[in-house]
Design a protein around this ligand. Structure first.
Ligand SMILES: *[C@@H]1O[C@H](CO)[C@@H](O)[C@H](O)[C@H]1NC(C)=O
Ligand SMILES: *[C@@H]1O[C@H](CO)[C@@H](O)[C@H](O)[C@H]1NC(C)=O
Ligand SMILES: *[C@@H]1O[C@H](CO)[C@@H](O)[C@H](O)[C@H]1NC(C)=O
Length: 495
């Protein structure tokens, strides 16, 4: 199984209560101007000078240090990067908890076009890296070559439409670290959301030109938890604030863990209707798992899941009709073209190439990553973080209801050949919201070909991408690009 598998462990989940206090606002006191009594013109000039001076004194130390780290974060060029890419990149650390020594690693890929919105992209797991998946094989500008050294351009990179901010979250994932090593064993939904919010607040201080810019969040899989949870914090913090710095407009999630009950019902149905498991296992799964937590299932449910896993055999559950990545021997064989039936071949071993690339010291240097000497290698997914995952509430639907009522734009998409968080799971979860339909189920088109299907509900747009697996932009980059464009324009998928 590839490493994005949704890890399961036995600790008890609790309901997260999202309590978080933002860092105190700097207060400034202005000196009285009453001592200035001069002619009107002169006085205005002096006031102007004075306010300039005050602004200077107050602004300089902050913007200087911000500009400093900003300059430090600028990526000159990544090893193996094609020439003249036509956009700027920044990467580095933002401290989210000084006491514990937690710092999150980000990689900003600016748009090729000015003035575009900002998109935060998150991958799931829990424990998986947005650099490994989102940036290097989904929506980022580069794909890693099979040599683990070269980078190739992704013609459907989302940075043609927006500035993309990849965040490795929580601490312990990828280059994001904690100096308190026990943090890796106690991560859960609540801290992940709080740290991500602190990250954003501090990141906007470093990149003030992105304050007030239209801001969106997107992600897939277990980020089906992260994205709505972070959206909820931002929305609640923005309440009552005039002209909020974070100009949050909406979110989009793909093949997203949404509601454990409906996700399980739909997942087992998908396995059975696609002939991946036996009748008996289908029956047992429904008995043992339907009312279980997806992150913390009972032993009985886990046993049934293990049987299902064995029955599925050596397939790629993230993309059931494409070959899985296997040993290097089979990789070499595959590269000689032994899979002629794969019409739209992609490289199923791409995360292995990333593992080589991002562990290269010169790559880490160029990215300003791992500056503190993290005592373990960069992994596409952290097993520790995933296996010890703490709180994982069973449903995101109450957050959907809150944000739909608030008019936040919400799009949900699904690659329909994924058996990990399948399209049927997402459909049952969305159905449970009982939203009125605005546009009924229809095929959407890309140059005369069906790209998938869509239904527009009041407050939520659902889009499937046909032939795409768990990582929609990896398998169907062009269709994913059209999806993102439609989302930003807030227009239904093209007919
Ligand atoms: C973690 O510890 C290293 C080494 O002491 C230090 O340089 C770094 O600033 C610490 N990180 C944070 C986020 O405090
Ligand atoms: C995958 O690798 C395993 C062990 O290396 C091998 O036994 C198996 O035959 C391989 N399967 C395929 C489909 O290449
Ligand atoms: C960080 O760098 C050290 C060498 O200083 C290396 O051993 C380790 O694997 C690296 N870890 C990560 C997460 O990149």
């Amino acid at each position: 199984m590839s490493s994005t598998s949704r890890h399961r462990s036995q600790s008890n989940g609790q309901n997260p209560i999202l309590l978080f206090t933002p860092p105190p606002q700097k207060s400034l006191s202005l000196n009285s101007q009453s001592s200035i009594s001069l002619f009107m013109e002169q006085r205005t000039r002096i006031l102007l000078l004075l306010s300039f001076f005050i602004g200077f004194v107050i602004a300089v130390p902050d913007s200087a240090s911000a500009a400093e780290s900003r300059v430090d974060d600028r990526i000159g060029e990544l090893p193996g990067q094609p020439l003249n890419v036509g956009f700027s990149q920044y990467s580095g650390y933002v401290t989210v908890n000084r006491g514990a020594g937690r710092a999150l690693f980000y990689w900003l890929v600016e748009s090729t076009v000015g003035g575009k919105p900002l998109l935060l992209w998150l991958n799931g797991g829990p424990g998986c890296s947005s650099v490994a998946y989102g940036a290097a094989e989904e929506v980022g500008p580069f794909r890693v070559g099979a040599d683990g050294k070269s980078l190739m351009m992704n013609p459907y990179s989302w940075n043609k439409l927006a500035n993309i901010l990849f965040l490795e979250s929580p601490a312990g994932v990828g280059f994001s670290y904690s100096n308190t090593s026990s943090d890796l064993y106690t991560a859960g939904d609540q801290r992940t959301a709080e740290d991500a919010y602190t990250f954003l607040v501090n990141w906007f201080e470093r990149f003030p030109e992105y304050k007030h810019r239209d801001f969106y969040i997107a992600g897939e899989s277990y980020a089906g938890h992260y994205v709505p949870q972070l959206s909820q914090i931002i929305f609640q913090k923005n309440q009552g604030v005039q002209n909020p710095a974070i100009n949050f407009k909406g979110f989009m999630v793909g093949n997203a863990v949404t509601d454990d009950y409906h996700d399980y019902v739909g997942t087992f149905e998908y396995w059975w209707t696609h002939g991946l498991i036996s009748d008996a296992t289908y029956h047992n799964l429904r008995l043992a798992c339907n009312y279980q937590s997806s992150e913390h299932p009972s032993d009985e449910c886990q046993k049934a899941l293990d049987v299902a896993d064995a029955e599925q055999g050596n397939i790629d559950p993230y993309s059931i009709f494409t070959r899985p990545c296997n040993s290097t021997a089979s990789l070499r064989r595959n590269l000689r073209g032994h899979y002629p039936w794969m019409s739209r071949a992609y490289d199923p071993c791409t995360e292995r190439h990333s593992k080589v690339y991002f562990n290269r010291p010169e790559v880490q240097k160029a990215l300003h990553a791992n500056v503190t000497g993290i005592p373990y290698p960069w992994e596409t997914c952290s097993d520790i973080v995933g296996n010890y995952w703490a709180d994982s509430p069973r449903s995101m639907l109450p957050i959907y209801q809150e944000l739909i009522a608030a008019g936040i734009r919400i799009w949900v998409f699904s690659g329909d050949t994924d058996a990990v968080v399948p399209v049927t799971a997402t459909r049952y979860s969305i159905d449970a919201l009982k939203l009125p339909t605005v546009i009924n189920w229809y095929p959407w088109y890309d140059s005369g070909k069906v790209g998938g299907w869509s239904q527009v509900y009041k407050g939520l747009t659902f889009v499937t991408v046909t032939g795409a697996g768990h990582e929609v932009p990896l398998h169907r980059p062009r269709q994913a690009f059209i999806l993102f464009r439609s989302f930003l324009e807030n227009k239904p998928m093209p007919r």
